[in-house]
Write a protein that binds this ligand. Sequence first.
Ligand code: SF4
Length: 228
Amino acid sequence: MTLEERARRERMLERAAAVATACRKCQIGSERRHNVYGEGDPCARLMVIGEGPGETEDLLGRPFVGRAGELLDKMLAAIDLPREDVYICNTVKCRPTVNDGGKLRNRAPLPAEMANCRPFLDEQIDIIAPQVILALGAPAAKSFLGNTFSITRSRGIWFEGPNAIPLIATFHPAYILRQGGMALTDTKRQVWSDLKQVREKLDALRQSPAAQAGVPEQADLFESPRVL
Ligand code: SF4
């Protein structure tokens, strides 16, 4: 990738982010503190897409920060992908909330909100042109694969995503953090299996230094008791 191409993509993403920041198409556009457009390498081979910003993301204007973001960073590091080498965003750019007795709580984005925001996401995918897309959680996966998609049945399976890009889904880090006991052990095993598939797909598409070094047999991404 030439420096000129990288700069061209950065400019395009900056312009698109400015348009998203001015957008008030949904009610949540008027309620959020920051538009969380996305961040990362404009030439990333992997694009990670979650459902929507949460409270910490809304506060900081960055996707996947806070505890779920820390876990995502560990998940990516476990397959030898530093966060800065990946592009990370969500299906909606504004935080979806529900008023719960005066306190705003996170909620999944509504289909109408995802539809309103889809042009921003499509534009990001067009600009970055990743080789692989990783959808985190059922709402993000359903936005590409339809409402019949089941994260429990169909995670870890490759699908043809937008622009014919290979797409795979796994559990959202926030979901992993809510698990305990045997459920946590099972979820970790499944997520690690999915992540290895991402690594193998990237390596198959282009033999990388990580492939030559070998993927570790087991992830240490879940070992921090503070995170879980
Ligand atoms: S969620 Fe997307 S479409 Fe809706 S107001 Fe925010 S930027 Fe606009």
